[in-house]
Design a protein around this ligand. Structure first.
Ligand SMILES: CC(C)(COP(=O)(O)OP(=O)(O)OC[C@H]1O[C@@H](n2cnc3c(N)ncnc32)[C@H](O)[C@@H]1OP(=O)(O)O)[C@@H](O)C(=O)NCCC(=O)NCCS
Length: 160
């Protein structure tokens, strides 16, 4: 098979923004985790689709950390980029920032790492293009993702 052309994380990075409305909240008036998880999966899937150039599925979500609550009325900014590509699987990192729309005060509220798998027309795993980190930050994310990918593979092997 012909070697696919690599892409930088910047080429497929996605940023999106929501406002936290009452229907997104729990009884305490802060974000319901399930809603944030759905937004994370959506923005990460878009980055994976752009990188792979084909259909993708979520294979796993891990290291999902809720660091700070998000309040009704906050702007919720989600940034996703592809950290690492193995063969058909891609690790996408997502950072969720909550932003007070009036003062502009912001803080990282949630972070997550997701694995997507590129699929061919028969819905079978297919190679994704290599990822080519360019900046220092992209290289740092790549190296950290490589450690997580190895750890995941070893864990999956052990528990099978
Ligand atoms: C993800 C899925 C396509 C993998 O299929 P599979 O038959 O296990 O395929 P393989 O064993 O060949 O694995 C394919 C790749 O997925 C990776 N993978 C499989 N399960 C994984 C998991 N739980 N976490 C991380 N990576 C995983 C493998 O390491 C492999 O990576 P590589 O090609 O980069 O080396 C399959 O399990 C599936 O369809 N799951 C359901 C997906 C879904 O419905 N998602 C929710 C809605 S989008």
């Amino acid at each position: 098979m012909e070697q696919q052309k690599g892409k930088s994380p910047k080429e497929s990075a996605v940023e999106t923004r929501y406002i936290l409305m009452p229907q997104h909240a729990n009884p305490q008036g802060t974000a319901f985790g399930g809603v944030i998880m759905a937004w994370i999966d959506t923005v990460a899937a878009m980055a994976a689709q752009k990188h792979a150039g084909c259909e993708v599925v979520t294979a796993g979500i891990d290291s999902l950390i809720f660091k700070e609550p998000i309040r009704i009325g906050d702007h919720v900014v989600l940034k996703a980029s592809v950290n690492y590509v193995s063969r058909s699987s891609m690790e996408v990192g997502v950072q969720v920032t909550r932003e007070d729309p009036y003062s502009g005060q912001k803080a990282i509220a949630t972070t997550a790492h997701l694995t997507f798998v590129a699929l061919d027309e028969n819905k079978k795993p297919t190679p994704a293009p290599p990822i080519l980190p360019q900046t220092q930050e992209e290289k740092r994310r790549y190296e950290n993702a490589e450690l997580r990918v190895q750890a995941r593979k070893e864990l999956l092997k052990k528990i099978k």
